[in-house]
Design a protein around this ligand. Structure first.
Ligand code: PLP
Length: 406
C-alpha cells in the first residue's frame, strides 16, 4: 500500500508557504512539481558526470552518454515500447508533434488528404497539422465531442473517409479530462489505413500506458508534466515508420556522412536528435520515471481517481459552479465556471489563500469556442495532491462567492 499522504514530503516546493498559506498546488496539468529524487539527479548529472554525449572518447563523455542512453530503456519500460531505439528525445510534446507532422506528414501527405483530430485538442495537436496541411493542400478536420465532453465514437467514425491519412488525438483531454478509448480508435485507424498518433501528455502522468496494447503508431509526452525537468520530452514511434521518415532538423549527431553537396543520415533515434540534447534534463526524466514506477502507475491512477471523486463532490457544494466535462471515468482535471465570475478573477483571488489553479483557454481555443466560453478555471491533480487541497479550493471558492455577492 502506498502512503500517498507521505509523498508530499518528497516535493520540497510544496512546503513553501504562498502568501503565508499552505500551498494547495492544483495546477499539475500545466506542469508538475519535482521530487527530491529528480532534483538530486540534476545536481548529480551536472556535478559528477557532465560532458557532451555521443562525441567524446573521454571518461566524462562516456559516463554522460551511458546515463543519457539508459533513459531510453526507462521510457521504453514505462510505456512498454518494444525497443528503446524507438524512443526519440525531443524538447517536449510540442516538438514531438511537430516532428511527426513535418517529417511524416511532409513526406506522406498529398493534396486532398485528411487529418482527423477532435475539437478538444491542445493547440500542440492542431497547429503543426494545420501548418503541414497548408503546405500540402491537405485538410484538417475536427470531430465534435459529446455534450458531456465524452468521446463521441459515432460522430468521430462519421468523419473518417477514404482520404483520412492521419488520426491524431489526446490520450486524455487537458480541459475535459476525458479519457479517449484508444484501442477502439486504433481499430478505426487500422480500418482506414491511417497513421494513429497519440498525444499522451495528460495520459502517461495518470495511468499505465502500453503502446503495444493501444496499437498506436506514435505516443508523445513532455517530461515536465511527469515530475521531470522541462526541456525534455519523448516521441515514441514504431520502428518501421521511423525508419522511413526523413529528418526534421539537421545538424550534428543525426548524420552518417556529410559532404557539401549532400548528407546521409543516421538511423533512428539519432536521425531525429540533431545537436546537443538536454542531457541533464534527460537524466532527470529518468529519475522521474524511476520515481513513478516505484510508486506504480496503477496505484497512482487509483489514488487520483478517488481524489477526483472527492474533489468533484466538495466543489459541488459551491454556489453557481458548473463543471465543464463530466465524462464517466475522467482523469486528471476538473474544469469549471462560477456564475458570472471571470475565471481569471477566481484564480487571482484564491491565490491569496495559497490555492494554485489555472484559468484561461488552456491552449484549446477551438474547444472553448465550441462550448461558447472564453475560458474556464481548472484544478488538476498530481501524485502529491490530497483531499486537503480540494478542501482549501472549496473554502476559497466560497470566499470568492462572498466577495462577488456582497
Ligand atoms: N498536449 C496536451 C494535451 C497538453 O496538455 C499539453 C500541455 O499542456 C501539450 C500537448 C503541450 O505540452 P508542452 O507544452 O510540454 O510541449
Amino acid at each position: 500500500m502506498v502512503d500517498f499522504a507521505a509523498l508530499r514530503d518528497d516535493f520540497p516546493i510544496l512546503h513553501k508557504p504562498v502568501h503565508g498559506k499552505r500551498l494547495a498546488y492544483l495546477d499539475s496539468a500545466a506542469s508538475s512539481q519535482k521530487p527530491q529524487m529528480v532534483l538530486d539527479a540534476l545536481q548529480e548529472a551536472y556535478g559528477t558526470h557532465y560532458a557532451n554525449v555521443h562525441r567524446g572518447l573521454h571518461y566524462l563523455s562516456e559516463a554522460a552518454t551511458d546515463a543519457y542512453e539508459a533513459v531510453r530503456q526507462k521510457v521504453a519500460s514505462l510505456i512498454n515500447a518494444p525497443s528503446p531505439s524507438e524512443v526519440i528525445f525531443t524538447s517536449g510534446a510540442t516538438m514531438s508533434l511537430n516532428l511527426i507532422a513535418h517529417s511524416w506528414g511532409g513526406a506522406n501527405l498529398q493534396e486532398g488528404d485528411e487529418i482527423l483530430i477532435t475539437i478538444a485538442e491542445h493547440h500542440a495537436n492542431i497547429v503543426p497539422w494545420q501548418m503541414v496541411a497548408q503546405q500540402k493542400g491537405a485538410k484538417l478536420i475536427a470531430a465534435p465531442m459529446a455534450e458531456d465532453g465524452s468521446f463521441d465514437k459515432a460522430a468521430f467514425a462519421a468523419c473518417i473517409t477514404e482520404r483520412t491519412k492521419v488520426i491524431s488525438l489526446p490520450h486524455v483531454s487537458n480541459v475535459l479530462g476525458t479519457v479517449y478509448p484508444l484501442t477502439e480508435i486504433a481499430a478505426l485507424a487500422r480500418q482506414a489505413g491511417a497513421l494513429f498518433v497519440v498525444d499522451g501528455c495528460q495520459g502517461v502522468v495518470h495511468m499505465p500506458v502500453d503502446v503495444q496494447e493501444i496499437d498506436c503508431d506514435f505516443y508523445v509526452f513532455s517530461g515536465h508534466k511527469l515530475y521531470g525537468p522541462s526541456g525534455i520530452g519523448v516521441c515514441w514511434g514504431k520502428a518501421d515508420i521511423l525508419a522511413d521518415m526523413p529528418p526534421f532538423l539537421g545538424g550534428g549527431d543525426m548524420i552518417d556522412d556529410v559532404e557539401i553537396e549532400r548528407s546521409t543520415y543516421a538511423p533512428p533515434p539519432a536521425r531525429f536528435e540533431a545537436g546537443t540534447p538536454p542531457i541533464a534534463e534527460c537524466i532527470g526524466l529518468g529519475a522521474a520515471i524511476d520515481y513513478v514506477q516505484q510508486i506504480g502507475m496503477a496505484a497512482i491512477r487509483d489514488h487520483e481517481m478517488s481524489l477526483l471523486r472527492y474533489g468533484t463532490q466538495r466543489l459541488s457544494e459551491v454556489d453557481g459552479i458548473t463543471f465543464i466535462g463530466t465524462a464517466a471515468g475522467k482523469s486528471g482535471v476538473i474544469s469549471f465556471t462560477l456564475d458570472e465570475v471571470h475565471p481569471h478573477d477566481i484564480s487571482t483571488l484564491i491565490d491569496h489563500d495559497g490555492v494554485a489553479i489555472r484559468a484561461g483557454h488552456h491552449c484549446a481555443q477551438p474547444l472553448m469556442k465550441s462550448l461558447g466560453l472564453s475560458s474556464t478555471a481548472r484544478a488538476s491533480v498530481g501524485i502529491y495532491s490530497c483531499e486537503e487541497d480540494f478542501d482549501a479550493l472549496t473554502e476559497a471558492l466560497h470566499k470568492v462567492n462572498r466577495i462577488f455577492k456582497s
